[in-house]
Design a protein around this ligand. Structure first.
Ligand SMILES: [Zn+2]
Length: 87
């Protein structure tokens, strides 16, 4: 699978393979009436791997997917708040 036509950002060689991997990232949230806290979200993103210098990295595709995961997270939180209001 090759989602992008990228070359390695470390060595510049156009010999990059792409693999979908689950990555975890922290999202800082400030729930109402609670202290700031961080939730850990998981996104399945394409991780690019250079066969030449063995470097792993993500590009803007991963950022887009992470943004989507964050949006979904906030939608889910909003739904929960509305459910609580309905009770
Ligand atoms: Zn490389």
């Amino acid at each position: 699978m090759n989602l992008t036509e990228d070359w390695c950002i470390a060595c510049g060689v156009r010999n990059v393979t792409t693999e979908m991997k689950d990555i975890e990232f922290g999202l800082r949230i400030a729930p109402l009436g609670e202290q700031n806290s961080t939730v850990t979200l998981t996104a399945t993103v394409p991780v690019l791997h250079c066969d030449v210098c063995n470097f792993d990295y993500c590009n803007y595709v991963a950022d887009d997917i992470k943004e989507q995961v964050v949006n979904d997270f906030y939608k889910a939180v909003e739904r929960q708040i509305q459910l609580r209001k309905a009770i």
